[in-house]
Design a protein around this ligand. Structure first.
Ligand code: DX5
Ligand code: ZN
Length: 220
């Protein structure tokens, strides 16, 4: 298991002050920026695209940007995010016609690649592509909105993926997304996650630094 990463989801930040709010979360101790892309097609909400990402880079955000694509189709938009400055690009297997090809496309465009599993999506395809991935993301809510409640079944799924990663001795990160708080993050870490997305828990807190510190303390 790798050292813990805390990735605030800027979906919960103030969109009118996106650069400042993102910089504040990083200055408060966050490691990555989690960038949620929703297309009102694969998921019933609409957020931001490559232009907003490149604006953050121009603003001076230098931390890794973890792009979570909730879009269908996937392939056409991948090079745009790479050019905009994405570090890692993750997508949902149901949204791509050819999962292995999309992973290759992300890597060829110079980014790290991740695969995302919804609460009711089986892990079957992981058997065939795990060694090509940099990250596996387990959704602990149904994608589309911030501020939802953590679905406990995600813990069992995290344990299964942790076992697969460890059995094969791969340097793959295991990320969790949805309803993560300082209260449940200890149990989530114990289930095997090493990379933690948190939107409302961080951006709706009065003190980002205290919230992130409480999360780190609970991870142990
Ligand atoms: C949900 C998004 C999440 C969301 C998490 O579709 O992928 O990244 O922003 O928000 P919280 O932490 O509020 O559940
Ligand atoms: Zn996300």
């Amino acid at each position: 298991k790798q050292s813990p990463i805390i990735a605030p989801s800027i979906l919960a930040a103030d969109f009118a002050r996106l650069g400042e709010d993102t910089a504040a979360a990083l200055a408060a101790g966050a490691d990555w920026v989690h960038f949620d892309v929703m297309d009102n097609h694969y998921v019933p909400n609409l957020t931001m695209g490559p232009m907003a990402l490149s604006a953050l880079r121009k603003y001076g955000i230098a931390a890794p940007i973890d792009v979570h694509l909730m879009v269908k189709p996937v392939d056409r938009i991948v090079p745009d995010f790479a050019k905009a400055g994405a570090t890692l690009v993750s997508f949902h297997p149901e949204a791509s016609e050819h999962v292995d090809r999309t992973i290759g496309l992300i890597k060829d465009s110079g980014c790290q690649a991740g695969l995302v599993f919804n609460p009711a999506t089986s892990l079957d395809c992981l058997d065939y592509v795990l060694d090509k991935l940099d990250l596996v993301l387990i959704m602990s809510v149904n994608p589309g909105f911030g501020g939802q409640k953590f679905i406990p079944m995600a813990l069992e799924k995290l344990r299964r993926v942790r076992r697969m990663i460890d059995e094969r001795g791969l340097p793959v990160r295991l990320e969790v997304d949805g309803g993560v708080t300082a209260e449940n993050i200890g149990a989530i870490a114990a289930a095997g996650a090493d990379t933690f997305v948190a939107g409302s828990a961080i951006f709706h807190a009065k003190d980002y630094r205290a919230e992130i510190a409480a999360m780190r303390a609970a991870i142990g």
